[in-house]
Design a protein around this ligand. Structure first.
Ligand SMILES: Cc1ncc(COP(=O)(O)O)c(C=O)c1O
Length: 416
């Protein structure tokens, strides 16, 4: 749990922590829809969006843009926890994942199969279903376990064989909040299919813990700026050395591992450097470490601990305030005592439509989100025979007082 003075300092670094410009005072529990934005991100982005120059010219402004981008690539690698390969930006996390999955499916040896799970976001699931038939590869979907909403290394092992060319893994579900042990899954895959291209969707996880793709031994990964304290309109991808040179769309004459399509938005790179700078600072506040990567890991662990504390209060209650689990008619997706939960609780109340609860919370200045059994969340909610749920998603800058306010409101709404 974060020290209250540090928590105040953390909150002061973000825009709109407790106030919505369109609504007034509000508590923000919609972090899985997009995190709060760092003030430094807005500042740097505003400054750079006014610069008319382009990269690759012989003038001081252009040289500075090139320097900013090169520095940001290093920051991105430090964030991903990798020493090699390439990092690149794209239009969104979805677009980056589609490109990685497409390149792996089309560029891996002919035939064979591709394995993923029903826990995945459509960003990887739809890419698999689009490109497997084109490449003549079987698309295998592991059904996730419904009680805990998980897929495990064992589940992957049951489907992987020596013909598995590509595997996709979601690191954390934005619907249930459960985190998958990516390292264990990747290790298991490699015991049977050592050459398999393994691609990880870290878009939900990135703001809620440590990223360590190097230790996981995977080939590709993506995240989205707006879900990790930065802004909309870019995703960041990483491709391992062998993944980076698979055939992919690129301009003729560029290097085999070149993935950028068109002029780069320097602001996207610069704002990501601000995210890494923030985490470096946070790491320095919660540890005595001096190495940048080590500080990022310390920051990730501190964020995880703070979120676990908030989740515990939300589910179990505190200070005499009942938690969600004891509210009348409550059902918590993935169960109330799930150790894999990462900063998010999805739930529904028997007899009250989730949309009504979200609306009643909004009227009390508490932002959550209704997840419906549609093309984003149907894979999770349909097997549970739920048409919707209320997603309440936290971040390390949220407070105990905010969670208690949520519980008071839910008590009122469910007793009305
Ligand atoms: C796990 C996961 N994958 C993919 C996406 C899509 O990301 P984007 O909106 O950047 O395309 C999201 C968005 O919330 C997500 O949580």
């Amino acid at each position: 749990m974060l020290d209250p003075v540090l928590l105040d300092e953390i909150r002061s670094r973000f825009h709109h922590v407790d106030n919505c410009p369109y609504q007034g005072p509000r508590i923000f529990f919609e972090n899985a829809g997009g995190s709060l934005t760092l003030k430094s991100v807005v500042k740097v982005n505003t400054a750079l969006s006014a610069i008319p120059d382009n990269q690759g010219r012989d003038n001081p402004a252009s040289r500075e843009l090139v320097r900013i981008i090169a520095a940001a690539r290093e920051d991105m690698k430090t964030f991903f926890g990798v020493d090699d390969g390439v990092v690149f930006t794209g239009e969104s996390g979805t677009e980056v994942l589609f490109r990685l999955v497409r390149a792996a499916i089309l560029g891996s040896p002919q035939g064979g199969n591709v394995v993923g799970s029903t826990l995945e976001h459509p960003a990887t699931a739809s890419a698999r279903s689009k490109w497997c038939p084109v490449a003549g590869k079987e698309n295998i979907n592991i059904a996730h376990e419904k009680t805990q909403t998980l897929v495990t290394a064992q589940d992957y092992l049951q489907q992987i064989n020596s013909d598995t060319r590509v595997a996709t893994i979601i690191q954390t579900s934005p619907v249930t909040g459960m985190a998958i042990d990516v390292q264990a899954v990747a290790r298991a895959i490699r015991t049977v299919a050592p050459q398999c291209f393994i691609i990880v969707d870290s878009i939900q996880h990135a703001a809620h813990g440590v990223m360590d793709m190097g230790a996981c031994g995977v080939d590709g990964c993506a995240l989205s700026g707006y879900k990790v304290f930065s802004r909309h309109n870019y995703g960041v991808g990483w491709a391992s050395p062998r993944m980076s040179t698979l055939p992919h769309e690129k301009l003729d004459g560029t290097a085999d591992d070149f993935w950028e399509l068109g002029t780069r938005d320097t602001g996207a790179f610069a704002t990501f450097s601000e995210v890494v700078k923030y985490l470096d600072w946070l790491g320095s506040q919660v540890s005595d470490l001096s190495d940048r990567r080590a500080r990022l890991e310390a920051a990730g662990n501190a964020m995880m601990a703070q979120e676990a504390h908030l989740v515990d209060i939300a589910i179990n209650g505190a200070d005499g305030q009942p938690g969600i689990r004891t509210l009348p008619g409550a059902y918590i997706v993935g169960g109330p005592d799930n150790p894999y939960r990462e900063g998010l609780v999805s739930y529904a109340f028997a007899g009250i439509p989730s949309a009504e609860v979200v609306n009643a919370l909004n009227q009390r200045g508490i932002r959550t989100h209704v997840r419906k059994a549609d093309y984003f969340s149907g894979n999770i909610l349909d097997p549970l025979e739920m048409d919707s749920c209320i997603r309440t998603s936290f971040c390390h800058y949220n407070t105990k007082a905010e969670v208690l306010t949520l519980l008071e409101a839910l008590t009122e709404i469910t007793q009305a």
